[in-house]
Ligand binder design. Structure first.
Ligand code: FPP
Length: 247
């Protein structure tokens, strides 16, 4: 395992456990752009190019699920120009990358509400889900128009609408009504840009996730940073609320 002066691994160690499901809060696009005298949308475009690189790295590393936070239910409050730009960037991402993602065995899922998303983008999201649904190398879930609390509210509404009796409602019932139904919970959640908060991302699902925070802005978060996060994950002792070595 090669090491640089800062002692960071630059390759995966074959003895490491690879997290099955990784979540990423891709933060810091705006600050990355400002530091270069660019506008915020240039930061989001650079962030999108980086997402492409990280999807490839995740597939190479054998990660099976990658869930990324691309647009929150709160992001509608950003200036119209930025919101419109993000919708456009998402469309461009699908147009440009769908063939290659499909060929690489990536299954695309949407996590969040379709309501409120412009019709043309909505159609492209549905098309990319349908087109890649049989792929199984890596499941890329894009949290777009997503909020963790809102997801729980939607789940409760569905449970009530289905008439499930209160004493039959278990944690599994809730999990099965979330947007992520059928997926394993994230093992590792990464947030870039130095912010240390959850910001309404996978609230229910990340109950026992290991969190990794890095000061790197998202467009600069590369393959080696992902390796560093996986190395750190391997130093954690996951107890899920239990005592592992009781004396
Ligand atoms: C946070 O940075 C980032 C976002 C709100 C959007 C993330 C979106 C992308 C990476 C591109 C679109 C995604 C796909 C799937 C094509 P920020 O704007 O909050 O940065 P700041 O905190 O530095 O201002």
């Amino acid at each position: 395992m090669a090491s640089k002066a800062d002692n960071k691994p630059t390759e995966l160690d074959p003895s490491w456990e690879i997290p099955v499901h990784v979540g990423i809060i891709m933060d810091g696009n705006g600050r990355w752009a400002r530091a270069r005298g660019l506008n915020r949308l240039a930061g989001h475009r650079a962030g999108t190019e980086n997402l492409r690189r990280i999807v490839r790295a995740c597939a190479d590393f054998g990660i099976k699920y990658l869930t990324v936070f691309a647009f929150s239910t709160e992001n509608w409050a950003r200036p119209k120009e930025e919101v419109d730009g993000l919708m456009e960037i998402m469309e461009e991402f699908i147009d440009k990358e769908i063939d290659e993602l499909d060929a690489e065995g990536v299954q695309i899922r949407h996590v969040g509400k379709l309501d409120g998303i412009p019709e043309r983008l909505k159609a492209k999201i549905k098309m990319s889900i349908e087109r890649t649904r049989h792929n199984n190398r890596l499941v890329l879930s894009v949290a777009f128009n997503y909020g963790g609390r809102d997801e729980i509210v939607q789940a409760v509404r569905k449970i009530v609408a289905e008439g499930i009796p209160p004493d039959e409602i278990t944690e599994e019932t809730i999990a099965n009504h979330l947007y992520t139904a059928g997926m394993p919970d994230p093992d590792l959640v990464i947030r870039t840009s130095g912010e240390i908060r959850i910001s309404n991302f996978l609230l229910w699902q990340s109950a026992y996730a290991e969190w990794y925070f890095t000061p790197r802005f998202w467009p600069d978060f590369g393959r080696e940073d992902l390796i560093a996060a996986i190395a750190d994950y391997n130093r954690r002792e996951r107890r899920f609320g239990r005592v592992l070595d009781a004396d």
